[in-house]
Design a protein around this ligand. Structure first.
Ligand code: ZN
Length: 658
C-alpha cells in the first residue's frame, strides 16, 4: 500500500512548473532514522551556494541583488509589468542556480530594462545590495550590466559546439584564465595509463592560471568553498553519531575525511564504502558528483539527496538485478564486449526526503553511482529510482492533453494510457540497474577516450539496453510486464520523445546539446533512418499535423539491438571517431520545419516542459535538554518562501569566491 496524496502547487512561470512531492513513510521511520535524515538534510541545504558559484562567478551576487530588490519593492511595485518580469527572472535564477537555463544552458533574457533595474537599485538601501569592498551602487550596476544584458557575454553555461574552445566559451566557473588546450594538457600529464585504480583527476577543484602557472584550487575545508564545507561538516559530524550501523558510520566518516583533505584517494574509499552499504534504510549523497556542467566532463557539480528505501517497490528492481547475468548473456552485443560476470548491480527504489544542489529543484528520477569506472567494475555500483518523484511526474502528466495532441492512432493511445506509467518505470529500472552496469572496455582502452561524446554514448548504451529488453518475453515471464503488448507503449513514447516532443525544450534555431537529449535523438533518428526503407517507422500527415507511425514493432526491436551492439563496440574500443560521427549525424541537428510545428502545437497546450520540486520542511522537536524527541515534516511552503528561506538561513559563501 502506498500513501501518496499529492498536493499540487500551481506555481508555473516561463517554461517551468513546480510540483510538490510528498515523503510517504517518513513518519514510520524510527526516531534515530528520523534524526539522521534531519542532520543529513541540514548538511544538504548548506551546500546550495557552492552550486550557484560553480555555475557562474556572478551568480551569488545576482541572486542577492534580485532578492533584495524583490523584498524591498514587492509591496509597492507588484502590479508593475516590469517588476513582474523581474520576479520571473529571479525565480528562473533560483531554479537554475544561476543565470543560465538549467537544461539548455543558454543565458536568460531579462524581461526588464537596464534602466528599470538601475532605478530599483537606486531606491534600495545600499546595505542590502551585494556591494563588494567600497563599491558604489553605480559600480555594482556597471559590473553586472554586461552579464545580465549583453547576449554576447557568458552566453552559454556549457558550450559543446564542435571546433570552439569549450573551456573559454563556457561561462561555468570551473576554469579561470585557462584554455581548453591548457586544461587538457594539465590533466593528460596527471594520468598514468598503467594505474588500475585511477582517481578522477580534477573533479573537486577549479583550474586557474595565476602568474602564468596553471594550478588547481581545491574545494575543501580551509580552501575554496571552505565556508560552506565547514557547515556541511558540522552536520555530517552529528549524522556520524546517529548512523544506523557501523558500515554507514564509516561512509559518513570517509566523506568527512574527504571534505577535510580534498584527497581523491579518500573519495574513492568513500565511494567503495558507500557502494557496499546496502543494509541501511537511510542513504544519502553529498558532494561533487556529476560532471555534465563541465564541457570537458571532469569537474563535478555539487549536489545532495537524502533518501530512504521504499521496501515494496524495491522488490521490482531486485528481480531485475537478480537476473543481471541473464540480461548480459542474452544481449545482442559482441561476446568480446560482454562481462563474464556482472558484478554488484544493487537496485532499489528510494523515497527522496530532500533534494539539493544540482538535484534541486529539477531532479533526476534515477541515480547510478559512483561514476568512477574502475570502482564500478571492481566493486559494482548502486542504482536507485526515486519512487516518490516518478509518481509526482506521472500524476502531473495525466490528463493534460499532451498525448492526445501528439498521438493520432487510437490503438497507440489506448496502449499508452494502459501501460505507460508501468513501462516508463521499468525502462528507467533497466537503464539504471542493468544498462549502465553492462558491458566492458577492452584492455588498455582509456575510459575517457570518447571525450565530449562520452556522456551521450553512455546514456544511449543504457537506454538501448533497456529498450531492447522491454520487448523480451523474459519480462512477462518475470511478472514485470503484464503481457506481450505492453512494450509497444514504451517503444512508441520513446521514439515520439526522441523525434518530436523533446524538441519543445530547445529554442528554435538551436541545436541539441544536453547529453540525455542527444542520446534520445540519436537513437530515434538512427532507427528512423535505418528502418526507412522497410517503413518500420514513418511520418504521416493528418490535418496539416505530423504524426509518428510505427508499422513493425518486432523490426524496431531488432534495430534497437543492432544499434546497441554498435554503441557497445564504440564504448568498448574507445572509437572516438565513430562516436563523433553518430552523435553529430543523428543526435545534434534538428529539422527546422518539424521543430517549429512541435513548438506551436505544444504552446497551444499551455504546459511547462520542465518540472521541478518543492522540498518539504523538517523541524526538530526538542525536549528541555535540547535532545531531539521527534522530527516533524510539513509541506506548506511556497516556492518563493522556500527559496528566500534557503537564501536567508543557508548562505555560507562570500559574494566572490576566488
Ligand atoms: Zn543514465
Amino acid at each position: 500500500m502506498k500513501e501518496h496524496s499529492f498536493i499540487y502547487s500551481d506555481e508555473k512561470f516561463a517554461d517551468l512548473q513546480l510540483l510538490r512531492y510528498q515523503v510517504p513513510g517518513f513518519e514510520q521511520l524510527t526516531l534515530q532514522q528520523k534524526v539522521l535524515v534531519y542532520y543529513l538534510q541540514e548538511a544538504a541545504l548548506w551546500g546550495r551556494d557552492i552550486l550557484f558559484d560553480q555555475n557562474g562567478r556572478y551568480n551569488l551576487r545576482i541572486r542577492k541583488l534580485l532578492e533584495s530588490l524583490y523584498t524591498c519593492h514587492c509591496e509597492k511595485r507588484k502590479d508593475e509589468k516590469e517588476f513582474q518580469s523581474l520576479v520571473v527572472y529571479m525565480k528562473r535564477v533560483w531554479f537554475s542556480s544561476g543565470i543560465h537555463h538549467h537544461y539548455g544552458c543558454e543565458k536568460f533574457e531579462p524581461g526588464f530594462t537596464p534602466e528599470y533595474l538601475h532605478l530599483l537599485m537606486e531606491e534600495t538601501d545600499p546595505s542590502l545590495l551585494p556591494l563588494i569592498k567600497n563599491q558604489t551602487v553605480q559600480q555594482l550596476f556597471e559590473d553586472l550590466y554586461p552579464v545580465l544584458f549583453d547576449p554576447t557575454v557568458d552566453s552559454k553555461r556549457v558550450n559543446q559546439a564542435e571546433g570552439e574552445d569549450l573551456v573559454v566559451t563556457s561561462a561555468s566557473n570551473y576554469y579561470q584564465g585557462v584554455t581548453q588546450e591548457e586544461a587538457e594538457l594539465f590533466y593528460e600529464k596527471m594520468k598514468d595509463p598503467n594505474d588500475p585504480e585511477p582517481v578522477m583527476f580534477g573533479m573537486n577543484s577549479r583550474l586557474v592560471k595565476e602568474n602564468g602557472i596553471v594550478q588547481e584550487k581545491v574545494w575543501k575545508k580551509d580552501a575554496l568553498y571552505g565556508e560552506a564545507i565547514e557547515k556541511i561538516l558540522f552536520w555530517l559530524k552529528k549524522a556520524e553519531k546517529v548512523a544506523e550501523n557501523e558500515k554507514q558510520q564509516q561512509v559518513v566518516r570517509l566523506l568527512i575525511d574527504f571534505y577535510e583533505t580534498g584527497d581523491l584517494k579518500v573519495f574513492d574509499e568513500y565511494s567503495i564504502a558507500w557502494v557496499n552499504d546496502n543494509a541501511s534504510r537511510v542513504d544519502f549523497n553529498n558532494g561533487f558528483i556529476e560532471t555534465y556542467g563541465d564541457p570537458l566532463g571532469l569537474k563535478a557539480s555539487w549536489e545532495s539527496i537524502v533518501d530512504f528505501k521504499d521496501l515494496d517497490a524495491t522488490h521490482r528492481t531486485e528481480l531485475i538485478s537478480a537476473n543481471a547475468q541473464w540480461f548480459e548473456d542474452h544481449s545482442p552485443v559482441d561476446a568480446r564486449f560482454k562481462k563474464e560476470k556482472v558484478k554488484g548491480v544493487s537496485a532499489k527504489v528510494i523515497t527522496a526526503a530532500i533534494l539539493a544542489g544540482d538535484l534541486y529543484p529539477a531532479s533526476a528520477i534515477g541515480i547510478n553511482l559512483p561514476n568512477s569506472n574502475w570502482i564500478r567494475s571492481v566493486h559494482g555500483s548502486k542504482s536507485v529510482t526515486i519512487g516518490n518523484l516518478t509518481e509526482a511526474y506521472s500524476k502531473a502528466a495525466r490528463g493534460n492533453g499532451f498525448m492526445e495532441e501528439f498521438v493520432e492512432n487510437e490503438e497507440d493511445l489506448k496502449r499508452i494510457r494502459l501501460y505507460a506509467d508501468k513501462t516508463d518505470d521499468l525502462h528507467t529500472d533497466l537503464h539504471e540497474c542493468v544498462g549502465h552496469g553492462s558491458g566492458k572496455l577492452l584492455p588498455g582502452v582509456d575510459p575517457d577516450a570518447l571525450k565530449a561524446y562520452g556522456a551521450t554514448i553512455e546514456e544511449a548504451r543504457a537506454d538501448l539496453f533497456g529498450l531492447y529488453y522491454m520487448a523480451d518475453a523474459k519480462l512477462v515471464e518475470l511478472g514485470l510486464l503484464p503481457d506481450a503488448e505492453a512494450y509497444k507503449s514504451q517503444y512508441y513514447t520513446y521514439l515520439l520523445n526522441g523525434l518530436m516532443t523533446q524538441l519543445v525544450r530547445v529554442e528554435l534555431g538551436a541545436e541539441i546539446e544536453e547529453a540525455h537529449m542527444r542520446n534520445r535523438a540519436l537513437i530515434a533518428n538512427w532507427v528512423f533512418a535505418e528502418g526507412g526503407e522497410n517503413r518500420v517507422v514513418e511520418w504521416i500527415k493528418r490535418n496539416g499535423k505530423t504524426y509518428l507511425k510505427i508499422n513493425d514493432y518486432p523490426a524496431l526491436r531488432s534495430l534497437f539491438g543492432r544499434l546497441l551492439a554498435e554503441i557497445q563496440r564504440i564504448k568498448s574500443e574507445g572509437d572516438y571517431n565513430a562516436a563523433r560521427l553518430l552523435v553529430e549525424q543523428f543526435g545534434v541537428r534538428i529539422n527546422a520545419e518539424l521543430h517549429r510545428e512541435v513548438k506551436e502545437r505544444y504552446e497551444r497546450l499551455h504546459l511547462a516542459p520542465y518540472k521541478g520540486f518543492i522540498n518539504p520542511r523538517y523541524v526538530a522537536v526538542l525536549d528541555e535538554n535540547q535532545n531531539i524527541i521527534d522530527v516533524k515534516i510539513s509541506y506548506d511552503e511556497s516556492y518563493t518562501q522556500q527559496m528566500l528561506r534557503y537564501s536567508h538561513d543557508y548562505s555560507a559563501l562570500p559574494l566572490i569566491n576566488d
